[in-house]
Design a protein around this ligand. Structure first.
Ligand SMILES: NC(=O)C1=CN([C@@H]2O[C@H](COP(=O)(O)OP(=O)(O)OC[C@H]3O[C@@H](n4cnc5c(N)ncnc54)[C@H](O)[C@@H]3O)[C@@H](O)[C@H]2O)C=CC1
Ligand SMILES: O=C(O)[C@H]1O[C@H](OP(=O)(O)OP(=O)(O)OC[C@H]2O[C@@H](n3ccc(=O)[nH]c3=O)[C@H](O)[C@@H]2O)[C@H](O)[C@@H](O)[C@@H]1O
Length: 442
């Protein structure tokens, strides 16, 4: 099929590559000419391991065409995917400006029947809104052209994006009639993933509910970690025990210094705003957001409790991105942590394999190291913020020799506490308590 994908962000580019890899011809549209130019030269606008090679192949085969013309893409494609951003407004609600702009442009480009598919994460009722805007444009042009609007939310994870787009757990398609459903069945006819057909609003809510539920698992375990610590219980063992029950599931039960990224914080707040708008604010979600927003503060309290005033102390941060295998620092907990450390008048060194350039611009006061060992050279405390393999597997024995004081805070519970104590660290995780105090003055 010929497919247009509007918006060349993480989702637009990844789904375009996945469709092209499945044999479709994809026109990728964006307003950002510089981005299009780079994509044309097989340079991704974000870091995702292994994706550039595939991009290069598909560009060479002309299965992927990059353009700034919505008109040309809409005219040549049977399916039009909308994958633009839906960033948060100050109220927490989603900003639909990009969606509205694209809907208008699609309305003014339509010449014959098209199925328009919303891939972006959008508030309940956006399908109707998009339909209304397109209809309005057609009325202005005095054209009576038929079209359908479908909701087909995306569930990919950054860092695993291509795999998730090619082999999703499920495909959710919200449509309002058989014609649209048939188009979507044709598109996904070779997919091995189960397809759930719903109405449009149901599909829109499945997306928010899924992200909110995953965020709930994280905040649940993070709050429980605070309690475990008081009780002298290791939360990692508790997570393991809970996760062995298939009804609960082991994923998203890892305690840490909080979730970040471009989606969980944004989507939980947007769902809260939607629920409040209909007079039913989701109490659980209010708590989920609050726990996440205070997790760094709680972690900072632990640090201060252990090492005392941070004034003049040298702190080394390991990892800055909101999770490993991405260069994304949107809503990364590292940013709040740096801000707090600087407020406490600490000196901060940091290492990250991918995001140093961006963070340098935000915090020029921070010294950016070239490798993990360099980041903790002569520090009073080391903090693991993002669980990059390179950081987990660094030479921790050597690391112990480099630090000035042996405090080690594991913000992701990924290091082996016993080994760290053996190497001479005083180790503290999230809900794991404090081990190796005897190493403090060694
Ligand atoms: N980033 C992720 O991992 C995931 C994101 N989502 C959702 O997908 C949507 C897109 O997310 P991202 O790709 O991260 O967004 P993004 O903000 O990185 O990219 C959006 C792109 O749309 C382009 N754009 C904006 N207005 C346009 C217009 N009028 N015409 C053409 N292009 C236009 C922008 O230039 C930009 O390149 C959001 O709703 C997000 O919540 C869903 C699943 C995963
Ligand atoms: O809507 C979206 O954009 C996407 O949001 C998340 O994907 P992503 O933000 O890429 O990253 P996740 O792997 O979900 O991690 C999010 C945050 O939760 C944290 N996390 C995750 C798991 C866990 O057990 N504990 C924990 O603190 C991570 O460190 C990270 O900061 C969802 O997993 C995707 O399904 C969804 O499509």
């Amino acid at each position: 099929m010929n497919i247009a994908v509007i918006g060349a962000g993480y989702v637009g580019v990844t789904t375009s590559i996945a469709f092209a890899e499945q044999g479709h011809h994809v026109f990728v549209v964006d307003l950002d000419k510089e981005k299009l130019e780079k994509l044309n030269h097989s340079i991704l606008p974000f870091y995702e391991d292994g994706m550039e090679e595939l991009l290069m192949k598909l560009v060479e085969q002309q299965h992927l065409i990059f353009t700034d013309s919505i008109q040309a893409a809409v005219r040549q494609s049977e399916l039009i995917f909308i994958a633009v951003g839906t960033p948060p407004l100050p109220s927490g609600a989603a900003n639909l400006e990009q969606i509205e702009q694209v809907s208008k442009a699609v309305g003014s480009a339509l010449q014959e029947y098209r199925t328009i598919v919303i891939k972006s994460t959008v508030p309940i009722g956006t399908g109707e809104k998009v339909e209304f805007i397109i209809k309005e444009e057609l009325d202005l042009r005095k054209k009576d052209i038929e079209f359908d609007v479908v909701a087909n939310p995306e569930f990919l994870r950054e860092g695993n994006a291509l795999h998730d787009a090619l082999y999703p757990d499920r495909i959710v398609v919200g449509c309002e009639n058989m014609r649209a459903r048939k188009m979507m069945e044709k598109l996904y006819q070779n997919s091995i993933a189960p397809i759930l057909f719903t109405n449009r609003k149901e599909a829109e809510l499945v997306k928010y509910a899924s992200n909110a539920f995953l965020a709930t698992k994280i905040s649940f375990i993070n709050e429980l970690a605070r309690v475990s610590e008081q009780l002298g219980i290791n939360i990692s063992v508790v997570s393991k025990g809970m996760g062995m029950d298939r009804r609960i599931g082991a994923d998203f039960l890892r305690a840490g210094i909080g979730y970040g990224g471009s989606c969980f914080p944004k989507d939980t707040r947007a769902l809260l705003a939607m629920s409040s708008e209909v007079g039913m604010p989701l109490k659980i979600l209010e708590a989920v957001v609050e726990i996440n927003e205070t997790q760094v503060d709680w972690f900072m309290e632990k640090i201060v409790k252990s090492i005392g005033s941070l004034e003049g102390k040298h702190i080394g941060l390991l990892g800055l991105t909101f999770k490993p295998n991405t260069d994304d620092i949107r809503e990364a907990t590292s940013l709040k942590l740096i801000q707090e450390l600087l407020l406490h008048k600490a000196t901060v060194s940091a290492y990250d394999p991918k995001s140093t350039d961006i963070v340098t611009k935000i915090y020029p006061q921070v010294r950016f190291a070239t490798c993990p060992l360099d980041a903790i050279n002569n520090v009073d405390a080391s903090i693991l913020v993002t669980e990059w393999d390179e950081i987990i597997q660094m030479d921790w024995k050597e690391a112990r020799k480099r630090v000035r004081q042996s405090y080690l805070f594991d913000g992701r519970n990924v290091l082996d506490p016993k080994k760290m104590v053996e190497y001479g660290f005083c180790y503290e995780g999230v809900g794991i308590g404090n081990l190796g105090k005897e190493n403090l003055h060694g």
